[in-house]
Design a protein around this ligand. Structure first.
Ligand SMILES: [Zn+2]
Length: 412
C-alpha cells in the first residue's frame, strides 16, 4: 500500500512539475489565488486537472479520451464549476486540444469557438473565447456569487433525458422500449412517438458522441412538438412514426467524456460490420433492434444521426454501391430541411466519404436511407444566432414538418 501511495504521489508531483516547467523537488509552491476549487464531482463534468500559472491564470488541462487500437484521441467537451471568492475575476486557459481524428492531427477549435457560463447550471449565456497560437482557449470570467459553471455548450445530461421520459411516458402516443445496456450497465432505450401502423418510419439517434448535446436538444424539441396533440401534430403522426435512440453513449455523457465509449469504441465507426458486443454494446443494441425491425417488415425508411461540429452540414457519405436513388432522397431531405427548418448549411460534396459511419453502414447492410446531420456548434447562420438549447429545440420542432413533406411523395 505504501509503495502504491508513493507511486501515486510521485505521478502527480511529476505532472504538476512538468506543467509548471520545473522539477525542483522540495520547492515551495505559493497559493495566493482567489480560486478555491474546480468542482467536477457532478454528472457530465469533464475530467481535468489544473494549476495556477506564473501569469496568475488558471490553467486547466482537459483529459483526452482515446479510441482503442487507433491513434485517435479527442477533447472538445468541458464542463466544470469554478468555486472562488465572490467577485473574483479570473482568467482561464484550457489546454489539450491536440486531437487525432480519422488518423490525422487536428484541432476542434477555430476562431469562432464559443463557451457558456451559468450561475445555476440551468440558465446559460454565451461567452466568446480567444483561441491562442498554441491551440489553447483563453477567457476571463467574474465569479460574482462564488460559484460559476463553465461549459462548451448548453449541457444535456442523462438526468435531463430521464426527466423527459418521466414527462412523456404515460402519453398514449409514446412507447419506451429498453433495447440493451451500455458497457457500464446503463439501460439504452428506443422511444417511439406515434403509431406502429403509420405508413412511414424514421429513426433518429442522438449522442453517439458525448460532447455533442445538439442532437439531444433537437430530439427533445421534436418529441415535445409531436406530443402537443394539435392538428399539425396529428397530421404528422398520421403520415409517420418516429423512433428515437436519444442517448447512445450514456456512459460517456455521465463521465463528461468527448467522443468514445468507455472501452474506446467510436459509436459512429465500424458500421460496415456487426459490432463486437463486448466492446460496443451500445451499437450492438441498436443493431439488434434494427435487425428485428427489418425482420418484422418495419425497417425505418430514413435514419438521421445527429451530431455537432464546426460546419453544420448534412453528411451524405458515398460508399461504392449504386447510389442514384439514395442521393435523390438525400437531396430531397436537404430541400425539406431548408424549406421547413432553420438549416441552411447544405450537404457534403460529391467526393465526400466517411467509411464506417452509420450513414454508410445502414445503407449498405440494411438498405436504409441513412445520413449524419451535423449541427454547427459555434453559429447558426439561418437564425443569425448562437447555438443554444432553445434554438436546437426549435430545429427539432421544425423537423416534424420537414419529415411530413419528405415523406409526402416518397415511394417508400
Ligand atoms: Zn459526432
Amino acid at each position: 500500500m505504501r509503495n502504491r501511495n508513493l507511486e501515486v504521489a510521485w505521478h502527480w508531483s511529476v505532472l504538476f512539475a512538468l506543467a509548471l516547467g520545473t522539477v525542483a523537488a522540495g520547492q515551495t509552491v505559493d497559493w495566493s489565488s482567489p480560486l478555491h476549487y474546480l468542482n467536477t464531482s457532478f454528472e457530465h463534468a469533464s475530467p481535468l486537472y489544473w494549476e495556477i500559472g506564473s501569469d496568475g491564470a488558471v490553467h486547466v488541462y482537459l483529459i483526452y479520451d482515446h479510441e482503442r487500437s487507433s491513434p485517435n484521441r479527442a477533447n472538445g467537451h468541458w464542463f466544470f464549476e469554478i468555486q472562488a471568492v465572490p467577485g473574483a475575476e479570473l482568467t482561464f486557459v484550457l489546454h489539450n486540444f491536440d486531437n487525432v481524428w480519422n488518423g490525422r492531427r487536428g484541432s476542434p477549435l477555430d476562431n469562432r469557438t464559443i463557451g457558456f457560463i451559468s450561475e445555476d447550471a440551468r440558465t446559460w449565456r454565451v461567452i466568446r473565447l480567444e483561441t491562442t497560437k498554441d491551440n489553447c482557449l483563453r477567457f476571463g470570467v467574474t465569479v460574482r456569487t462564488g460559484s460559476l459553471y463553465v461549459a462548451r455548450l448548453e449541457p444535456y445530461r442523462l438526468s435531463d433525458l430521464e426527466t423527459l421520459k418521466e414527462r412523456i411516458a404515460a402519453n398514449p402516443n409514446v412507447e419506451i422500449t429498453t433495447i440493451g445496456k451500455t458497457v457500464e450497465g446503463r439501460q439504452l432505450e428506443i422511444i417511439r412517438i406515434g403509431r406502429v401502423e403509420a405508413p412511414h418510419r424514421v429513426l433518429l439517434r442522438a449522442r453517439a458522441h458525448p460532447w455533442e448535446p445538439g442532437g439531444s436538444w433537437v430530439v427533445q424539441g421534436l418529441v415535445e412538438r409531436l406530443l402537443r396533440d394539435d392538428a399539425d401534430a396529428r397530421r404528422c403522426l398520421r403520415r409517420y412514426c418516429v423512433y428515437v435512440m436519444p442517448m447512445a453513449n450514456k456512459d460517456g455523457v455521465v463521465r463528461g467524456w468527448t467522443r468514445f465509449n468507455v472501452l474506446g469504441a467510436d459509436l459512429n465507426r465500424q458500421w460496415d460490420r456487426p459490432p463486437d458486443p463486448r466492446i460496443n454494446p451500445e451499437n450492438q443494441a441498436l443493431e439488434t433492434w434494427l435487425a428485428s425491425m427489418v425482420q418484422q417488415g418495419r425497417a425505418p425508411h430514413l435514419m438521421i444521426d445527429l451530431h455537432n461540429d464546426n460546419s453544420g452540414k448534412l453528411h451524405v457519405s458515398r460508399p461504392d454501391i449504386d447510389l442514384e436513388e439514395y442521393l435523390a432522397k438525400m437531396a430531397r431531405l436537404e430541400t425539406m430541411l431548408r424549406e421547413h427548418t432553420w438549416f441552411t448549411e447544405g450537404s457534403t460534396t460529391a467526393s465526400f466519404r466517411n467509411p464506417g459511419s452509420i450513414g454508410e453502414g445502414l445503407l449498405e447492410r440494411f438498405g436504409i436511407d441513412a445520413c449524419v446531420l451535423e449541427l454547427n456548434a459555434n453559429w447558426i447562420a439561418g437564425l443569425d444566432d448562437y447555438p443554444s438549447a432553445k434554438n436546437w429545440q426549435l430545429l427539432g420542432a421544425q423537423l416534424c414538418e420537414a419529415l411530413y413533406h419528405y415523406f409526402k411523395d416518397s415511394a417508400s
